[in-house]
Design a protein around this ligand. Structure first.
Ligand code: SR1
Ligand code: MG
Length: 423
């Protein structure tokens, strides 16, 4: 019987000795550990990420830490998040082949995953800050969301299998707790770890925290997030969880995976395009970003269109689960009934995604975990102007989501707010 070693965080120095005997890794990158070059590149909030290059190839080693990296060991966080990330990645690969990095090895005790080194991919958020227009992201992300969200739900899965999976991911308690607090509640009161661009945003922040309609809506969305175990979500699908080249798009980091409402992934993702839109003004040092702004609004439209089209296609061709079963509709020749039900489901996703998008914008400006789109704007007055516009946009989406009927309406609202000179 092999003895289980206690967890120990890797470092650039210890990694070759610790993983030199790992046959999967050495088969990929070469056995000679003296030729391994190791870099720690983790720029996320939680984990260690190493790129290991050897004589014959490269791989990524991602390891969870027993605490939140962004905050330090005063905020413990269980290592089991890497178990959920591994299981989410295997399901995403099965449901949307080619959309995630290949997994080479998982070590539960050491909370580490060895996976494909994506190169020359960069983080989508970085690309958007640089003003790069990626031609395929709307298609690739729209397909990924439709396939994973549909195929992980009771529209597709055998119910026994889905319930077993639901039970497995229900244990991802601490990561859900982060989202429940950081996304849905902390931004709306003076929570300990919050920060915002101050003093420029102080009065707007006070206004939002006194906004009863907004707070009620945020809690209704939290209720939906916690209680609607509809499908296996990525759980943290923002532009920092996506790697891109001009041709390719891969989703990474699903450690927040759990069973929740479909609209959550879609709303969080679209919010990140709209935040990028509002941040562009702060990145115009080497020229106007008008074309980039147009591109981002177009990407939002196309992502939602691809999602709807693919989701509708799967509805018509793969609806084999216990929900809206064919015996009630198609098998009785009632094709219109199936379409009516599809419209209902898509409409619910639409209304809810607007709410999730609105509060995702708020938490990135008011909460603990800000995003680089705004944070890299060095001029604080300029940053505050961009953030204030995004905050107003987010508030409008969250509170008025039931009265907004198309993504063009949302984009018109974004363009109007962007043109306002006064904040
Ligand atoms: C304490 S973790 C903060 C944020 O980082 C992750 O990427 C999630 O978005 C989480 O909310
Ligand atoms: Mg992450």
């Amino acid at each position: 019987m092999t003895q289980k070693l206690p967890f120990e965080a890797l470092s650039v120095e210890t990694l070759p000795a610790r993983l030199g005997a790992n046959e999967v890794l050495s088969a990929r990158i070469g056995k000679d550990t003296s030729r391994w070059k190791v870099r720690e590149v983790g720029d996320g909030n939680l984990n260690l990420v190493f790129i290991v290059e050897g004589a014959t190839g490269a791989a990524v080693v991602k390891q969870a830490l027993p605490y939140v990296r962004l905050v330090g060991d005063s905020w413990p966080l269980p290592l089991k998040r890497s178990f959920f990330e591994y299981h989410a990645l295997t399901r995403q690969e099965a449901r949307a082949p080619g959309s995630v990095p290949a997994i080479y090895h998982f070590d539960e005790g050491q909370a580490l995953i060895i996976m494909e080194y994506l190169s020359p991919h960069i983080i989508l958020r970085r690309a958007l800050i640089e003003g790069r227009q990626l031609p395929n992201i709307a298609r690739d992300i729209g397909l990924f969301m439709a396939r994973t969200l549909f195929r992980g739900s009771d529209l597709s899965m055998v119910t026994k299998g889905r319930k077993a999976d639901l039970a497995l991911f229900a244990d991802n308690v601490e990561l859900c707790d982060i989202t429940e607090n950081l996304v849905f509640s902390d931004p709306y009161f003076d929570a300990k770890m919050n920060r915002h661009t101050s003093p420029q945003l102080d009065s707007l922040v006070a206004e939002l925290r006194a906004d009863r309609d907004l707070k009620v809506e945020a809690q209704r969305l939290k209720h939906l997030f916690a209680a609607n175990a509809e499908t296996l979500l990525h759980g943290d699908l923002h532009s920092g969880s996506i790697m891109v080249t001009d041709q390719e798009t891969r989703m990474i980091d699903p450690e927040f995976a759990f069973y929740g409402p479909m609209a959550f992934d879609v709303g969080m993702l679209l919010a990140n395009f709209w935040m990028s839109f509002f941040s562009q003004r702060g990145h115009e040092q080497s020229g106007k970003r008008d074309a980039m702004r147009t591109y981002l609004l177009d990407v939002a439209v196309e992502t939602w269109a691809v999602f709807r089209t693919e989701f509708s296609h799967l509805w018509r061709t793969e609806r084999s689960g216990m929900l809206y079963q064919k015996s009630l509709f198609e098998d009785q020749g009632d094709l219109l009934g199936a379409e009516q039900a599809l419209d209902y489901v898509l409409h619910s996703i639409w209304t809810d995604l607007l709410g999730f998008a609105g509060i995702e914008v708020h938490r990135r400006i008011l909460g603990l975990a800000h995003n680089a789109d705004f944070e890299t704007i060095a001029d604080e007055d300029m940053r505050a102007t961009c953030e204030a516009k995004a905050l107003k946009f987010g508030r409008h989406l969250a509170v008025n989501r039931r009265q907004i009927h198309s993504i063009d309406e949302v984009n018109t609202l974004a363009a109007l707010i962007e043109q306002e000179s006064r904040i």
